[in-house]
Write a protein that binds this ligand. Structure first.
Ligand SMILES: Cc1cc2nc3c(=O)[nH]c(=O)nc-3n(C[C@H](O)[C@H](O)[C@H](O)COP(=O)(O)OP(=O)(O)OC[C@H]3O[C@@H](n4cnc5c(N)ncnc54)[C@H](O)[C@@H]3O)c2cc1C
Length: 216
């Protein structure tokens, strides 16, 4: 298979943007509204707000608390693009240098993802206040951080097959695009379960089967 053919296989899916904002508070103000866990959905660009529980799944009744204030996709990540730090919009993972990805063992920190400008925090708070029918003063966050999966190196949160693509054929061919090059490709992007861990496992299994056959 030629490089052009491999490139065509890789481009048979389209990355979909996905975006999250997390926010922390001195108190779980949503408890006053009888909201304990789960999520609220809105047509505002924040789209979904999840009321975070503790690590046992119990609702947080008092003290420091956190929201996944926004979990959005489709056209909504574009809305937030205007509020992020373009100056610092390089890939921010694991101590990366300017325009350079540097992989280290250090786990990414909350502060790596905090917006430098106040505007995102203000706009997020405005939308949360509208969604919950409360004043912005009452729900001021301590801190926020955000993640945009459209940025490098991800390109998107998940991928969808392009219209007209014969996905079973691509799935089979992309596992090992060149028969004489020991390069194998797996991931939920080229699976029957795009956007789900099941797709990653399905294609990892396909790679293992192919690799085992190649070794025989
Ligand atoms: C916002 C969001 C929500 C999701 N929600 C769900 C859900 O609710 N349920 C579900 O089943 N699935 C969900 N998914 C999909 C799920 O996360 C993926 O299917 C799964 O993580 C794929 O696993 P993976 O091991 O193939 O790849 P990944 O988990 O992406 O792992 C790849 C790893 O390789 C590393 N890496 C990349 N490039 C390099 C390099 N050059 N050198 C060294 N390391 C590198 C990355 O840092 C990463 O750790 C979600 C995805 C997103 C983005």
């Amino acid at each position: 298979m030629s490089d052009d053919a491999t490139s065509k296989l890789i481009k048979s899916v389209t990355p979909q943007p996905a975006f999250k904002i997390f926010s922390t508070y001195p108190q779980p103000w949503w408890q006053d509204l009888y909201l304990t866990s789960g999520r609220s959905v809105t047509d505002l660009p924040i789209r979904q707000t999840y009321y975070w529980t503790d690590n046992q799944g119990n609702s947080i009744k008092d003290g420091s608390a956190m929201l996944m204030a926004s979990y959005d996709d489709g056209n909504n990540p574009d809305f937030w693009s205007g509020y992020r730090d373009w100056e610092g919009a390089k890939f921010k993972l694991m101590g990366s240098q300017k325009n350079e990805i540097k992989w280290t063992d250090n786990a990414p920190q909350w502060s790596d993802y905090e917006p430098k400008q106040a505007q995102m925090k203000l706009e997020m708070t405005r939308q949360l206040a509208e969604l919950h029918g409360v004043s912005e003063e009452r729900i001021q966050p301590k801190s926020i951080c955000y993640k945009n999966w459209a940025e490098d190196p991800f390109g998107g949160g998940w991928n969808f097959w392009n219209i007209g693509v014969k996905s079973p054929e691509v799935m089979k061919a992309i596992i090992k695009p060149h028969s004489n090059v020991p390069l194998y490709i797996c991931g939920d992007a080229y699976s029957n379960w795009q956007g789900w861990v099941e797709g990653a496992l399905e294609t990892a299994n396909m790679v293992l089967n192919k690799f085992t056959k190649d070794c025989q």
